[in-house]
Design a protein around this ligand. Structure first.
Ligand code: IPE
Ligand code: IPE
Ligand code: MG
Length: 257
């Protein structure tokens, strides 16, 4: 139970977050499900199952707070290396979660998008996410991007192939290719780059996530394992972000004086 005093303190904290510039796009590497389970003497899949509560709370809060885009790294192109039973369980959980959350996503104005090689997903997963994307396409409150079978290098390879095909077709000259064109050939075309990247469970690496898009993203790492991550942790990450100064290769405010 949360006391009335704690409720007021939380509301004030949220108001303060909204009063300063919010990140438009937050991306999360949801890591540590296996360790969370291991610490409790449970099978890894129990960690994946518990992680869904974190997803639910964070998606809900991102919409309430007013973020424009939330990207969640759920399955990488390298995660196929795991035992088949774990991989299958992950896709089954995804299907269950997307189906059981769909009504809430629709009523909360969440637009679901997917990045990654979706065509390589098991059919049931492809159908479930396809249905969610179609059912939420008109929603405008929050864009929820699910990175499924996503790899940053694979995305860049796919972008190169797309641009090369346009050159071959005579639509484009190699010397006309610029940064905007590359960005426009990525899975994330049209989305702002992430302002803030969160990784849970203490690892300090990018693990092939959004390699192009994170060129100037602020990183925030927490030791909390993903199944324990809640809106308070997202608030903490955004508070840290709001205290930072982004320079994009320029000078600090003091440096310009
Ligand atoms: C993140 O948790 C979920 C996926 C990568 C699918 P992990 O399963 O990587 O958990 P750890 O890193 O082994 O603890
Ligand atoms: C990154 O976590 C991928 C996802 C969170 C989906 P991993 O657990 O796969 O990353 P590594 O292997 O520790 O780098
Ligand atoms: Mg991991």
């Amino acid at each position: 139970m949360v006391s009335a005093g704690e409720d007021i303190a939380w509301e004030q904290r949220v108001e303060r977050l909204r009063a300063a510039p919010l990140p438009r796009h937050v991306a999360i590497i949801m890591d540590g499900n296996g360790r969370w389970a291991h610490q409790r003497g449970l099978p890894r899949i129990a960690g994946h199952r518990a992680s869904l509560e974190a997803v639910r709370d964070v998606v809900r809060f991102a919409g309430e707070l007013g973020l424009e885009v939330l990207t969640l790294f759920a399955f990488s192109t390298e995660n196929w290396k795991r035992p088949r039973s774990e991989v299958e369980a992950l896709w089954d959980l995804l299907v269950d979660h997307v189906e059981s959350e769909l009504d809430d996503l629709v009523s909360n104005g969440v637009q679901v998008r997917v990045i990654g090689r979706v065509e390589e997903l098991p059919p049931a997963a492809r159908e479930a996410v396809g249905k969610a994307v179609r059912a939420t396409a008109h929603n405008r409150r929050l864009i929820l991007v699910l990175a499924l079978n996503y790899g940053g290098r694979r995305e860049l390879v796919d972008a190169c192939a797309r641009l090369a095909a346009r050159v071959k077709a005579g639509e484009l000259r190699p010397e006309d290719i610029d940064e905007d064109m590359v960005a426009g050939a990525l899975y994330t075309a049209g989305l702002p780059d992430p302002d803030l990247l969160i990784r849970t469970s203490g690892e300090q690496r990018i693990s092939n996530f959004l390699l192009w898009q994170t060129a100037y993203t602020e990183f925030w790492v927490t030791d909390v394992c993903w199944p324990d991550f809640r809106r308070q942790h997202l608030a903490q990450a955004i508070e840290a972000y709001q205290r930072r100064e982004r320079r994009f290769g320029g000078l600090s405010r003091e440096g310009q004086e």
